[in-house]
Design a protein around this ligand. Structure first.
Ligand SMILES: Cc1cc2nc3c(=O)[nH]c(=O)nc-3n(C[C@H](O)[C@H](O)[C@H](O)COP(=O)(O)OP(=O)(O)OC[C@H]3O[C@@H](n4cnc5c(N)ncnc54)[C@H](O)[C@@H]3O)c2cc1C
Length: 485
């Protein structure tokens, strides 16, 4: 494997929490408690402390083994693994437990001949993209923003703006995992394949992902095309533009109206097709930026009917006239903070529902009724094309689906939380009624019954977890909410 690009070791996020790292260290007797939170800002969680990974898989394993032994022996509380904690329901935290911060596991090494990169689990896409771009390459599957770590992306089994593509699990050739008993285990589609299937989308419950080999694809300049349609016809129009023989779209997504006048009733489908002659070339990579006007227009639509109407008009009628070609890497190289909430009394909460393609309109009709009835403040709604995931044990895309991503503004209060929980339960009920499921990195508002209906393999997933980790060394909010051992 040729080392063509490397990243500096380190880059730790400053945190007041305790740092404890070093081979042979025992956990201190009375470590100070600290509170950590995640992207929801609704999960202040007291933790025993933070243990940072090291720069290499081996040094991380050496450093963590004593703690793993103490946890297994009942002498220390369990630990959760975390990336940059952009999950929203405590999936990267365990109350009163340790947190293993995987971010120092950084590095990207690219094998151009085999179109694969070996990447440290703490590396973010923001760090990966420039390395690939220099080589005329790009990530195969990632989220629609670049902020997330590779470990976090694999552990939720992310997906993004790709067309005709399964989640990221489909691009993983091999990974190395630090298991509960302190071994470094290599797994892939044919090697330790049961563990492999459970780690992908396994929410850090099977060990610490140390590094992964991920497929990469040529970068290319893309022409954007826009089509406006009624949501009722979304599936047919999308199929015609993206899936029919002879179509060349490599990325595609929809945007649904958040204008209260036609909430979720209209859509703009954007398709991106490669410009001939640009595939695999080294293209300029723009600096990730936060355009002030876009942000102002977006934030102005919070709790503001006129602001939402204006935004939908701009998105439907103006953006298509003003938007030019874009490279795959530039499309992906966008920070999530672009639209982030800056008010301390409010927070923005993501939802995603995976709906069998032909039933999208049925679900959006139900969702419209629920959102109107509850008065929830829907800021954004996009549609992703997610193909059946044949790899991960806890698959959300159990067939070809559209992922309907919705962003809601919520009061940071007990009433705001109660209302959000009620609405989420109703939306999940509607998704299940059309044979769909929902995404697990967000708020854990589903009932256990709903979780099991959407993920019929949940119980066997938990059984397998405790087979690999009998002492429950790895725990987090997802397991604590839905599984008692
Ligand atoms: C603004 C925003 C936009 C988003 N857009 C998308 C999108 O387009 N598509 C999509 O699919 N998702 C999207 N997400 C969800 C996002 O992909 C997940 O929350 C992802 O896990 C974030 O990565 P992270 O590094 O913050 O992981 P964390 O939140 O820190 O961790 C998430 C899970 O992964 C586990 N984990 C993290 N690192 C490791 C490791 N090294 N080994 C083992 N387990 C580990 C944790 O235990 C936890 O269970 C979005 C989230 C936000 C907040």
């Amino acid at each position: 494997m040729a080392a063509l690009g490397g990243l500096a070791v380190g880059g730790l996020v400053a945190t007041a929490a305790q740092r404890w790292l070093g081979a042979g260290n025992a956990a201190p007797d009375s470590p100070p408690s600290e509170f950590l939170n995640d992207a929801s800002t609704l999960n202040p969680t007291r933790v025993r402390g933070v243990v940072f990974a090291s720069s290499s898989p081996e040094s991380t394993a050496d450093a963590l083994r004593p703690l793993l032994r103490r946890v297994a022996g009942g002498d220390d509380p369990a630990l959760a693994v975390s990336g940059v904690r952009h999950s929203m329901g405590g999936q990267s935290l365990h109350a009163d437990g340790w947190v293993v911060d995987a971010q120092p596991l950084k590095g990207v090494v690219v094998d151009t001949e085999n179109s694969v990169m070996r990447v440290g689990a703490g590396t973010t896409w923001r760090e990966v993209i420039p390395v690939l771009n220099e080589l005329g390459l790009a990530p195969h599957v990632m989220q629609s923003n670049h902020d997330f770590t590779i470990g976090g992306s694999l552990s939720v089994n992310c997906h993004g703006l790709h067309a005709n593509t399964a989640p990221i699990s489909g691009t993983v050739r091999r990974l190395r995992l630090l298991t509960a008993n302190g071994d470094i285990v290599t797994c892939g589609p044919t090697e330790n394949s049961d563990l492999f299937r459970h780690v992908l989308g396994g929410y850090g419950l099977f060990g610490v992902v140390l590094e992964a080999d991920l497929g990469v694809v040529p970068n290319a300049l893309h022409e954007r095309r826009f089509t406006t349609t009624r949501t009722e016809d979304y599936c047919d129009v999308f199929t015609e533009h993206v899936c029919a023989p002879g179509t060349d779209a490599e990325m595609a997504y929809g945007r649904l109206s958040v204008d209260p006048g036609n909430l979720l009733e209209e859509a703009v489908i954007t398709t991106l097709s490669p410009v001939p002659g640009t595939r695999g070339t080294v293209l300029p990579l723009g600096a990730p930026s936060v355009p002030k006007l876009s942000r102002a227009i977006f934030r102005n639509s919070v709790d503001n009917e006129f602001g939402k109407k204006l935004r939908w008009w701009l998105e439907r009628d103006v953006v298509p006239l003003t938007t030019g070609h874009i490279s795959r890497n530039d499309l992906f190289n966008e920070p999530a903070r672009l639209f982030a909430n800056a008010k301390s009394s409010k927070t923005d909460i993501l939802h995603e529902y995976f709906i069998p393609r032909v039933r999208l309109a049925e679900f959006t009709r139900a969702a419209r009724g629920i959102i109107k009835r509850t008065g929830a403040d829907l800021l954004n709604a996009t549609v992703r094309d997610v193909r059946r995931d044949e790899r991960s044990a806890l698959a959300y895309a159990q067939q070809d689906v559209f992922g309907l991503v919705m962003l809601f503004d919520q009061d940071r209060s007990s009433t705001g939380e109660r209302d959000m929980r009620r609405m989420t339960e109703s939306l999940i009920e509607a998704a299940i009624a059309v044979g769909g499921s929902f995404y697990l990195p967000y708020r854990l508002h589903a009932t256990l019954d709903q979780l099991v209906k959407a993920y019929p393999m949940w119980e066997s997933f938990v059984e397998t977890k405790f087979r690999h980790d009998p002492h429950g060394v790895f725990r987090n909010g997802l397991l604590d909410t839905y599984a008692q051992d």
